[in-house]
Write a protein that binds this ligand. Structure first.
Ligand SMILES: Cc1ncc(COP(=O)(O)O)c(C=O)c1O
Length: 395
């Protein structure tokens, strides 16, 4: 989260004093949650938006609503937060990992090589605000009649060719946990662009709040659906009130982040550093700068220069749960949060993942210096950062 102030406090205070914490207050009665969803729909130009308790839950609810489940395979990148894989397993499907390329996002050729008759979806993850090659991925998905899903947890406000990320695939998920560009503590958003997926949206509504089938508020809206048990992943009014204020701040934050990143990118390139880029420089949210290094040793040496001055820098795999080999251990038969429901136990296929299959990812991540641009508005830090980049370039 980059900015927070008294406006958030006031919005939360109003909810607390009203004692109306629940997202539903009667049929067609606007609440902070419903208005926040409307505001997101307008901002993203999407047909449907559904707030949830987390980014992970937005993916779980979306996958369930779009029919991804037992026996299905879902292709994900080797560089993503563990939640992308865990959400897939929570609906009973199997994550199939494809290597990234130097854009730090899914390599479309790798995706092609992983497609099997069981493939149901590809999840494009816009890591660190870098935008995926959505044209190529959409083409592959169309050819094979599979779903393109966007995990835009780390790219809120990002764009691909002028269109909001999260609205390009069949559905997208955002996260509003504290590490994200805007936050309400914890929260998530499921986004569905196309009106043709109205039925899936209704299913996601029930899935995110199983109890809504038994109350009056949504009775008419969801009457076409058969009764089924879902989850309880509703966002509450306190979080929604805060998120509404944060959403208002988003354009300004993005503007500042993009200006800062573009300044640091031009500077880095002017002193001979190579910046690693995604597939849409304008649409990149600007939260992280990635400098290409020669090898892991070079990356560590350069990182130390920035770390010594308190910058958050290092190869991406030093983060605890973002490189696929960090979560292999949980992707196999055996331990699972619901005993007996482990998708690997239930599958008639055998799946195994080894680090050797991801040597190219290891090489790419090892040769990448990831610098978080968490010093918005602090010109002294910007100048210091430039000084240190110059030192690094001379190494
Ligand atoms: C790429 C990615 N996907 C999904 C998530 C899950 O979001 P949450 O922590 O809100 O469940 C995160 C969170 O950091 C993420 O980075």
């Amino acid at each position: 989260m980059f900015k927070v102030g008294k406006e958030e406090v006031k919005a939360i205070e109003e909810v607390v004093l009203s004692q109306k914490y629940f997202r539903f207050q009667g049929e067609n009665v606007p609440t902070n949650t419903s208005q926040c969803e409307d505001e997101w729909r307008e901002y993203l130009r999407a047909s449907y938006c559904l707030l949830t308790t987390s980014g992970t839950n937005s993916l779980v609810v979306g996958m369930a609503a779009f029919g991804i489940g037992t026996g299905d395979e879902v292709i994900i990148p080797s560089y993503t937060f563990v939640a992308t894989a865990s959400a897939i397993m929570q609906v009973g499907a199997i994550p199939i990992i494809a290597n990234i390329d130097h854009t730090l996002t899914l390599d479309p050729n790798e995706v092609r090589s992983k497609i099997s008759p069981r493939t149901k979806a590809v999840v494009a993850v816009h890591m660190d605000g870098l935008i995926c090659d959505l044209d190529s991925l959409a083409k592959i998905c169309d050819e094979h009649n599979i779903l393109l899903v966007e995990d835009a947890a780390q790219a809120c406000g990002g764009e691909y060719c002028g269109q909001a990320v999260g609205t390009i695939g069949a559905f997208g998920g955002f996260s509003f946990n504290v590490d994200k560009v805007i936050s309400c503590g914890e929260g998530g958003l499921l986004v569905v662009k196309d009106e043709k997926f109205h039925e899936q949206y209704l299913k996601s509504l029930v899935t995110h709040d199983t109890a809504c089938q038994f109350g009056r508020t949504l009775k008419n809206k969801i009457s076409s659906l058969p009764k089924f048990f879902g989850l309880s992943t509703r966002l509450n009014e306190i979080n929604s009130a805060m998120l509404r204020v944060q959403l208002q701040r988003l354009p300004e934050i993005l503007n500042e982040l993009r200006n800062l990143k573009s300044d640091l990118m031009s500077y880095s390139e002017s002193i001979g550093l190579t910046v690693m880029k995604g597939h849409d420089d304008q649409g990149d949210i600007g939260s992280v700068l990635h400098v290409r290094c020669q090898d892991p040793v070079d990356t560590m040496e350069k990182s130390k220069v920035l770390l010594a001055e308190g910058f958050k820098a290092g190869p991406p795999y030093l983060r605890p749960a973002h490189a696929c080999w960090q979560w292999f251990e949980a992707m196999k038969e055996g331990a699972y949060f619901v005993e007996g429901l482990n998708p690997y136990n239930l599958s008639d296929q055998t799946y195994s993942y080894t680090k050797q299959d991801f040597l190219s990812t290891l090489e790419i991540l090892g040769g990448c210096l990831r610098l978080e641009l968490n010093f918005l508005g602090d010109q002294e830090r910007v100048e210091l950062c430039k000084e240190l980049l110059k030192k690094i370039a001379a190494k």
